[in-house]
Design a protein around this ligand. Structure first.
Ligand code: PRT
Ligand code: ZN
Length: 284
């Protein structure tokens, strides 16, 4: 039995989806123009699809699980299970107006024509905020709609903001934040669920590892207690005596976010020869 996973065929989620599966130790041939492929060392079949089709395919169990943006899942309104937030494909769905237009809060949108590819999400957002606006659904190049007189505002995905900027638009409301999700059909067999659990276990190990760094340093024994107290390790750090008298080697794990702060503090406390090493997998 091979578990079927649907991932994007090409586009913004493709590279990270393939990378994640490969980091989970799943080997497969992802040469271009393939529509499906079998993993060679894991009971999995990979289907390459348009992202818009993935929620439906998973809901209908053509694929058992899939990787898709939260924005697409919410727009398609398909009933599937969310297994895991994957931490890539991050963006936000926002409303933007031409730079010169005054914005005095959400009421300013009343009566406007808003162009979007996200009709369902935008309808919900406007309703929640009691705004009456006209939605123009278009499938692409939404950012040019105000410039050609098709709409007064747009509602589209933003990541760096440079597309809005080059089109003379400013972001005024965030409708939702999004990232890639691992989704699945509600009715997986026991066997299928076992494979999904294996995959989730591996994904969590990869995600944890990417958030942490392995750190090695030399510490003068007289400051050892202070240095150790500055490193928030997994449990407590490993301490080994160095050949040179009065010095020890300290090994631990630090969170990527806290990393620079920790390094500066331990350096001030006399640590030397600090090495920071990426961690491939992490199981606690
Ligand atoms: O062919 P297929 O239908 O599979 O792909 P697609 O063209 O519909 O989607 P694709 O590959 O563009 O995006 C896939 C998913 O990536 C989206 O559904 C989001 O979940 C996620 N994602 C993350 C983004 C962005 N960031 C993003 N910036 N999707 C699109 N954009 C576009 C946005 O629409 C706008 O045109 O990038 C532009 C804005 O980017 P900035 O950096 O200029 O702000
Ligand atoms: Zn798409």
């Amino acid at each position: 039995m091979a578990l079927k996973i649907a991932i994007q065929k090409s586009g913004r989620l493709y590279d990270d989806s393939v990378k994640l599966l490969k980091e989970c130790g799943i080997e497969f041939n992802n040469s271009l123009n393939r529509l499906r492929t079998e993993a060679s060392n894991f009971p999995m079949e990979i289907l390459f699809l348009r992202d818009d089709d993935i929620p439906q395919y998973v809901a209908d169990k053509v694929a058992d699980i899939g990787i898709v943006g939260e924005n697409v899942l919410l727009e398609k309104q398909k009933d599937v299970k969310i297994f895991e937030h994957l931490g890539f494909g991050k963006c936000r769905l926002s409303i933007a107006l031409p730079k010169g237009v005054k914005y005095k809060g959400i009421q300013s949108l009343d009566g406007m024509r808003i162009a979007t590819s996200y009709n369902n999400i935008l309808t919900g957002f406007l309703k929640k905020n009691k705004i009456k606006a006209e939605i123009h659904e278009i499938s692409g190049s939404v950012e040019i709609a105000p410039g050609i007189g098709l709409a007064d505002a747009i509602c589209d995905l933003v990541s760096s903001g440079s597309t809005l900027f080059t089109n003379g638009l400013k972001e005024v409301e965030t409708v939702m934040k999004s990232e890639a999700l691992l989704i699945g059909n509600h009715k997986l067999s026991k066997q299928e669920q076992v494979v999904v659990n294996k995959l989730i276990f591996r994904i969590q190990a990869v995600k944890k590892a990417s958030k942490n760094k392995y750190i090695l340093l030399n510490a003068p024994n007289k400051n050892l207690d202070k240095i150790v107290s500055l490193i928030p390790g997994m449990k407590s750090p490993t301490i080994l005596p160095l050949a040179e008298k009065g010095w020890s080697s300290v090994h631990s794990v630090v969170l990527e976010d806290e990393f620079w702060e920790v390094i500066e503090k331990i350096k001030d406390a006399g640590a030397q020869g600090i090495l920071v090493i990426p961690i491939e997998k992490m199981v606690l």
